[in-house]
Design a protein around this ligand. Structure first.
Ligand SMILES: Nc1nc2c(c(=O)[nH]1)N[C@H]1C(S)=C(S)[C@@H](COP(=O)(O)OP(=O)(O)OC[C@H]3O[C@@H](n4cnc5c(N)ncnc54)[C@H](O)[C@@H]3O)O[C@H]1N2
Ligand code: MOO
Ligand SMILES: [Mg+2]
Length: 414
């Protein structure tokens, strides 16, 4: 008898799957390997930045009081008593109508409080004239103006993007405590599957899901253990799943999760004694996405259909892996856009359409069935059309989930 499955909403599925994610702990990596990781320690400013008052321009450091009364008609002349660039310091003090010739980034003399840019000075040998007054602190880069000592800059769970790398370097971190990455296995199932190097033969297709998921993981900075493609045979598949579960924190399988005679994943979950969190979601594609947990590890049973597989990963696997790494923003970022075409076909399930988003409008990325590969390649976003009988007209406002961005958002709001 064909099993009847009860669908749950996408939000309910996201909630259920996220509820089981446990953090994996931390490890220390050298700064130059920290990009793309997730912070496992807070980052505070251990000193002011900049650490000293400095010149933001190439010019002359002066005491602003000496500029008082300067105008086009009444120019003020200064004598240059020092000359240095960034990295050097001036030990003395400026006397009345004295200046130092100073370059961008150089520390100011202790009693200088304004900088005259070269363009603002009429230079003549060792002296120069100005034709305007300079206010105290004019043209200065002040100690602590960027970051003040003690300021919290990044909380644990932040994605380490290039700017965070710059902060870590600023404060002298040669090593960084980051979240451990999960060990993720990929097992593609299907007797019809050929490896990439094999020639096509009748009834067979090449395995595109395995390499696709490896790439989806790679764009999150996670590598994978790729298992040998499994045929649709219960005992050998079960053996492979058992072995992979020993070796990985999480196993992603593709295919064999529906109700077909050779769809063996449901039987595998039963034989393992895994707890099935859901096996039907009211979404298209990806309605058969099944997630189960066993011995504290996840089994993501993604659909064999490529678009369903891709979306199941982005909606469920991705946030779980990020939560396992302590990320505070594990969900795909969402925006709204103007629908650039009319999509008449109604569907009772929420649709996630591979789409091209250009910053203001969104259109489907072409052939958009569950078995499509091409629209995954053409799209940069997922258009979300809520289930129901209505059709969507050009100009309507629709939700869009952005793909491939560095850091997501902290709440699921579809
Ligand atoms: N009677 C029903 N039939 C189906 C239902 C249903 O509810 N009742 N659900 C349909 C939906 S929706 C989907 S999605 C698919 C899901 O199928 P499976 O997850 O069991 O996947 P397979 O049967 O193994 O394969 C489906 C399809 O995908 C191709 N495939 C599989 N693996 C790969 C791979 N690694 N690379 C590329 N393509 C792959 C496979 O050849 C099939 O064409 O079930 C519907 N049926
Ligand atoms: O699981 Mo299917 O992808 O809804 O077409
Ligand atoms: Mg099937």
């Amino acid at each position: 008898m064909i099993e009847l499955r009860t669908p749950i909403t996408v939000s309910e599925a996201v909630e259920r799957v996220m509820a089981h994610a446990r953090e994996l702990g931390a490890e220390t990596v050298p700064l130059d390997e920290s990009f793309g990781r997730i912070m496992a320690q807070p980052l505070k400013a251990t000193h002011d930045v900049p650490p000293f008052d400095r010149s933001p321009y190439d010019g002359f450091a002066i005491r602003s009081e000496d500029s008082r009364g300067a105008s086009g008609a009444s120019r003020k002349a200064f004598t240059v008593i020092g000359h240095y660039g960034a990295g050097a310091v001036f030990e003395g003090e400026l006397g009345p109508m004295q200046a130092v010739r100073i370059m961008t980034g150089a520390a100011l003399p202790s009693n200088a409080d304004a900088v005259v840019m070269f363009e603002q000075a009429s230079i003549n040998g060792n002296s120069f004239m100005i034709r305007k007054e300079f206010a105290p602190l004019e043209n200065l880069s002040l100690k602590g103006e960027d970051m003040a000592e003690g300021e919290m800059l990044a909380a644990p769970g932040s994605f380490i993007q290039p700017g965070i790398v710059a902060l870590l370097a600023t404060f002298g971190y040669t090593d960084v405590k980051v979240a451990r990455r999960p060990v993720v296995g990929i097992l593609s199932t299907g007797t019809e599957l050929l490896d990439v190097h094999e020639p096509l033969s009748p009834g067979k297709i090449r395995n595109s899901n395995g390499p696709m998921i490896a790439a989806q993981l790679a764009r999150m900075g996670i590598s994978c253990r790729m298992y040998k493609t499994a045929g649709d045979e219960l005992e050998s598949c079960l053996d492979m799943v058992r072995q992979a579960m020993e070796e990985c924190d999480c196993l992603i399988t593709t295919g064999g999760v529906s109700v077909g005679d050779f769809d063996f994943l449901p039987a595998i979950y039963e034989r393992l004694g895994a707890k099935v969190l859901f096996n039907k979601v009211s979404m298209r594609p990806g309605s058969v996405t099944t997630v189960s947990v066993h011995s504290g590890k996840y089994l993501f049973g993604l659909s064999g259909n490529p678009s369903a597989c891709y979306i199941g990963f982005e909606l469920f696997t991705r946030p779980v892996l990020l939560k396992m790494m302590g990320a505070t923003k594990p969900y795909l970022p969402r925006t709204t856009a103007r629908l650039g075409e009319t999509l008449a076909k109604a569907n009772p399930f929420t649709r996630f359409i591979r789409a091209v988003y250009d910053g203001s409008s969104v259109r489907s990325a072409g052939f958009n069935k569950s078995n499509a590969v091409s629209s995954i390649a053409r799209g940069n976003a997922l258009m979300v059309l809520p289930g129901g009988s209505r059709h969507f007209a050009e100009g309507d406002t629709v939700d869009v989930l952005l793909l491939g961005v560095e850091e997501g958002t902290d709440c699921w709001i579809i």
